[in-house]
Design a protein around this ligand. Structure first.
Ligand code: ADP
Length: 487
């Protein structure tokens, strides 16, 4: 069992823009339950501190690069025994809202400095920061925001191991070359084998190039990112490191996502008794102003509104979808053009399409519970959590077979229905017509209540708990620690 510092730029419920936040609360807890000694390190954004009120300070020091005083505060998360260390420093605590973007949706101009400070703080903790009385043997880094941790560890010869998890390779933390100079990094890193990426500074390359071990969030995505189609220019480096790269599917946390106890739901249900699901559908239709029709299939879509998620495929298919007797509930926020297009559709068909633009945790749970199907026509999907939640909630996922979606949803082919393995409907092509065809297949199953129930129950019985995945991370930690000992 190891001492692990888990570093992440978002941790639910302190801050969240996507799945990373959920993972960063649940995986550390599952690791602790296996016997590891874990601490979480995450920035204290302004609104986090406002919500928490007075948070005790554990340590402070003057960061030599930023030239400012940086504080570590300690807090606890609900139902989680792992202590959380909040990095309280200018650049984080004086900004609220989105961790990466300003109110106009533009990246903060000092993101390189902000997240390098996170890396330097992790390194300082590994080096034995005063006031903490605790040093990790291994730092688990997550996505580009932590990409400089392995680099700073090597630069300062701190003797801990590092594991870097790619949650989404599409976001690489690219900055102009001038940022490299301002971060006071050793010049030898400004090469193709270091942090340079076509004339820019890449935080992602720090993690991918220098961590002792790499993981990503599904076995299929681990293969996909080694190809030009999904490698975003890093496929060569990832192929060189293929022996050190492992795909581990994310889990779901039943303390927050379980239809038999979910605090956001008006009615509860489980695999033995699904009656509460109908009540959730009724209430959701009322909440969203959809017509109160228990028979009309209700299709959910909960997502960042970005190209990755195939919003355009949904928009392409929606005209034809509306020819069928069905309803659609969309919850999301993101690119303005997608937001506008969806809102226009909703205003033309208010009783059949409901669109809520924004981030609403409670509504996300209620859509998962109240919808009959959940659509995920993603262009690429490292893991995807919503389809795992859908399976648990008896909401049949209709997904494009990529990344973690391919690893978690079993298509309702006649053979899979026969053998009891089917849990959803999958399709291959990233086109509106392929999505439409998949929904039509799902609708055909929906008209056969017994078959549909079976599909729902198969999904609800799947085991996507964190315990199994956390044990796999434990094996990767062992490898990284063994490698450090060898060096
Ligand atoms: P990604 O991390 O790429 O955005 P995931 O499927 O891995 O996608 O995780 C998305 C997480 O964010 C899920 O917990 C989902 O419920 C949540 N989510 C996405 N959009 C919204 C929204 N608009 N309101 C509330 N929750 C959302």
């Amino acid at each position: 069992m190891a001492k692990i510092l888990f570093v992440s730029s978002e941790v639910h419920p302190l801050s969240k823009t996507g799945g990373l936040a959920d993972v960063s609360a649940s995986l550390p807890q599952a690791l602790a339950e296996l016997g590891h000694e874990v601490r979480i390190l995450t920035p204290a954004y302004g609104d986090t501190l406002e919500r928490l009120g007075a948070v005790p300070e554990r340590s402070d020091w003057r960061d030599p690069v930023a030239g400012t005083t940086t504080r570590l505060r300690e807090t606890a998360l609900p139902d989680i025994e792992v202590p959380v260390w909040l990095l309280d420093a200018p650049g984080f605590s004086d900004r609220s809202g989105n961790p990466y973007l300003d109110a106009q949706g533009r990246p903060h101009p000092d993101n390189a400095e902000r997240f390098d400070l996170l890396a330097r703080t992790a390194t300082a903790i590994a080096g034995g920061l005063g006031g903490l009385g605790w040093q990790p043997e291994l730092i688990h880094c997550n996505d580009w925001q932590t990409g400089l941790v392995p680099v700073r560890m090597l630069q300062h010869r701190i003797p801990g191991a590092t594991v870097f998890t790619i949650h989404n390779l599409a976001y690489q933390g690219l900055f102009p070359a001038s940022a490299f100079g301002s971060l006071d990094l050793p010049q030898w890193l400004w090469t193709m084998d270091g942090l340079e990426f076509h004339g820019q500074l890449s935080f992602m390359k720090g993690g991918v190039g220098f961590a002792d071990r790499l993981t990503t969030v599904s076995p299929t995505y681990a293969q996909e990112i080694r190809t030009p189609a999904h490698g975003w220019g890093l496929e060569g480096l990832l192929n060189r490191r293929a022996a050190e790269l492992t795909g581990i599917l994310n889990g779901i946390d039943h303390r927050f996502w379980d239809p038999s106890s979910d605090a956001f739901l008006p009615a509860h249900y489980d695999v033995r008794d699904l009656r509460g699901k109908a009540a959730n559908k009724r209430r959701l239709q009322a909440e969203l102003g959809l017509s109160q029709d228990p028979k009309a299939p209700l299709l959910g879509f909960i997502s960042r509104l970005a190209d990755q998620k195939g919003v355009d495929l949904l928009l392409e298919a929606i005209g034809d979808l509306l020819e069928q007797d069905l309803q659609i509930a969309v919850l999301g926020r993101g690119e303005a053009a997608y937001e506008r297009a969806l809102q226009r559709l909703a205003s033309n068909h208010p009783d059949r399409i409901a669109v809520r633009i924004g981030f609403d945790e409670g509504l996300a749970h209620r859509v998962e519970a109240g919808a009959d199907m959940l659509l995920m026509p993603s262009r690429f999907e490292p893991c995807g959590l919503n389809q795992l939640y859908s399976l648990r909630y008896g909401t049949v996922p209709v997904v494009r077979a990529v990344g973690g979606l391919a690893d978690s949803v079993v298509d309702a082919t006649p053979a899979h229905l026969e053998s009891g393995r089917a849990t959803g409907v999958t399709f291959q092509d990233a086109t509106g017509s392929a999505l439409l065809e998949a929904v039509q297949r799902a609708l055909a199953l929906y008209t056969q209540p017994e078959l549909w129930r079976r599909l729902q129950r198969n999904g609800m019985r799947q085991d996507f708990t964190w315990q199994r995945s956390a044990a796999r991370y434990g094996e990767v930690y062992e490898e990284a620690l063994a490698e450090r000992r060898r060096i």
